[in-house]
Design a protein around this ligand. Structure first.
Ligand SMILES: Nc1ncnc2c1ncn2[C@@H]1O[C@H](COP(=O)(O)OP(=O)(O)OP(=O)(O)O)[C@@H](O)[C@H]1O
Length: 258
């Protein structure tokens, strides 16, 4: 597997707090990479920096071999690095279909001759409908997005992100606030997406993480204390002590990532 994303000695400080503290890990093409860690470990801060919403104070992020430092958020999206609900937030009063149409149009650009417009429109609508089907919202096309359930809105956000044709999709807690059935549906959707793209997700639902991830990185106190397969992470002494285990206080180890 080729390396898709490399985070190297990344540092982000907020005043005296090192929210990202020399964090390093790689995401390989085709994998589902989960970023786990206790509350306040710095997971969202890391995702923000990768997506380009937050500038690191040190270190590097490479995507497909390119240093991302000069890339703004829009350029990262164009390069295939897309965060769910990064580009287009949901327009609550617009229908599900219109939301998806707008997202598809955003990617395709809008400058068209009048005689191309109709054909363009048909293609865009077909793509939007296909996205709705992919994320399980085919039956909701005409509903106002704001009237969807919480879980359906998360599905729509993923549909909007997919409109940008990501190579690497960043997902920050896709199952947050969902009941067991909704989480199960989201898990099925992510299983489907993994067939066509690489996923990097932050998630607190450990059952989902251990079922879905091909590799896991564990973040504690802004540092990646281990990276490995679910089996390696489950049996990693430092991880058990710092996070997964029931015994002992959280403790940052200096163990090298595997
Ligand atoms: N804009 C900010 N200004 C100051 N401190 C911040 C800011 N953003 C995050 N922090 C702090 O940085 C640390 C890491 O926060 P972050 O949200 O990245 O953690 P997290 O692992 O995603 O947590 P959770 O699992 O609870 O969502 C926390 O102590 C948080 O309070």
């Amino acid at each position: 597997m080729a390396e898709l994303l490399r985070v190297e000695s990344l540092v982000k400080t907020f005043g005296a707090l090192r929210a990202t503290d020399e964090a390093s890990f790689e995401v390989m093409e085709g994998e589902v990479h989960a970023l786990i860690g206790p509350n306040g470990a710095g997971k969202t801060t890391l995702i923000h920096q990768i997506a380009g919403g937050l500038r690191p104070d040190g270190g590097r992020i490479h995507f497909r071999g390119q240093d991302l430092a000069p890339f703004g958020m829009a350029a990262r999206v164009q390069a295939g690095l897309v965060r769910s609900h990064q580009i287009t937030s949901i327009f609550a009063r617009c229908s599900v279909l219109d939301n998806l149409v707008l997202a598809v149009q955003t990617r395709r650009g809008g400058a068209h001759q009048w005689w191309q417009a109709r054909r363009h429109q048909i293609v865009v609508i077909a793509e939007a409908e296909a996205l709705a089907q992919k994320v399980g919202l085919s039956a909701q096309l005409d509903r106002a997005a704001g009237s969807l359930s919480h879980a359906e809105q998360r599905q729509l956000e993923i549909g909007l992100a997919l409109a940008a044709k990501p190579r690497l999709l960043l997902l920050d807690e896709p199952m947050a606030g969902m009941g067991p059935d909704e989480s199960e549906r989201m898990l099925e959707l992510l299983q489907l997406l993994r067939l066509n793209m690489t996923l990097l997700l932050v998630e607190h639902d450990m059952d989902a993480v251990f079922r879905l991830a091909t590799r896991i990185s564990v973040l504690v106190g802004g540092r990646v204390i281990a990276t490995g397969t679910p089996e390696q992470i489950r049996s990693h002494a430092g991880v058990r002590e710092a996070y997964l285990g029931d015994e002992g206080p959280p403790h940052v180890t200096q163990e090298a990532a595997t």
